[in-house]
Design a protein around this ligand. Structure first.
Ligand SMILES: CC(C)(COP(=O)(O)OP(=O)(O)OC[C@H]1O[C@@H](n2cnc3c(N)ncnc32)[C@H](O)[C@@H]1OP(=O)(O)O)[C@@H](O)C(=O)NCCC(=O)NCCS
Length: 175
């Protein structure tokens, strides 16, 4: 399969924040921002795979500053890492005050998407071509995150099967 460059799929998305996106004090709900983060990242993953891709996981999402009604939310999303069927997308969220021009870094997030075939099974995606030093730095950092994610999944799997093993038939688990 032919590789694709990070620059082939990177996107910038902008959306105006309106009263229905916020609480009565004018602060935009975190869930609204999360939806935009998922949408922007999903577009990048689907562009790379040119297949349906689903969100497999979202790493922690910290909000550094509030986003207010009237702000423009700017989302910059690009691929950090591509596995066999999974893709890690990094999203940087900024909020711009249109009247003052003040731009604040609101949040950053890493999301993993998995491409699916017609039957809903994970499908292979094109390899990622790293061109710049920044591409390579982000890729190295994503590999470390992926390793930690896989280790955590494996630990959870072991704990679940240990719980199943110690669960009396028809009863509750012995802890
Ligand atoms: C994501 C999903 C397709 C993975 O299916 P699976 O059978 O567990 O997949 P596998 O174990 O074969 O792993 C496939 C790839 O996904 C990655 N993956 C699976 N679960 C993951 C997770 N929770 N976080 C990060 N990566 C994950 C694996 O590392 C693997 O990557 P690779 O092929 O690049 O090495 C499946 O769990 C699913 O459909 N989840 C629901 C997704 C969804 O509906 N999202 C919308 C929000 S609810």
């Amino acid at each position: 399969m032919e590789g694709k460059r990070v620059s082939d799929t990177r996107i910038v998305m902008a959306a105006q924040m309106n009263p229905e996106d916020a609480n009565p004090a004018g602060n935009v709900h975190g869930g609204v921002i999360m939806k935009y983060v998922d949408t922007a990242a999903g577009a990048v993953a689907i562009r790379h795979a040119r297949r349906i891709a689903v969100t497999a996981s979202i790493d922690r999402l910290d909000f550094h500053h509030p986003v207010l009604v009237g702000n423009i939310l700017i989302l910059k999303a690009s691929l950090n890492f591509v596995g066999r069927t999974s893709m890690e997308v990094g999203v940087r969220v900024e909020a711009e005050n249109l009247l003052t021009g003040d731009v604040r870094h609101t949040a950053s997030a890493y999301l993993t998407f998995v491409a699916l075939d017609q039957t809903g099974k994970p499908a292979e995606v094109p390899p990622l071509i790293l061109e710049t030093d920044e591409d390579r730095r982000r890729n190295c950092e994503a590999i470390v995150r992926r390793k930690a994610r896989l280790e955590e999944r494996e630990r959870e799997r072991r704990e679940r099967s240990e719980l199943e093993r110690t669960r009396p038939v028809g009863g509750k688990a012995v802890t």
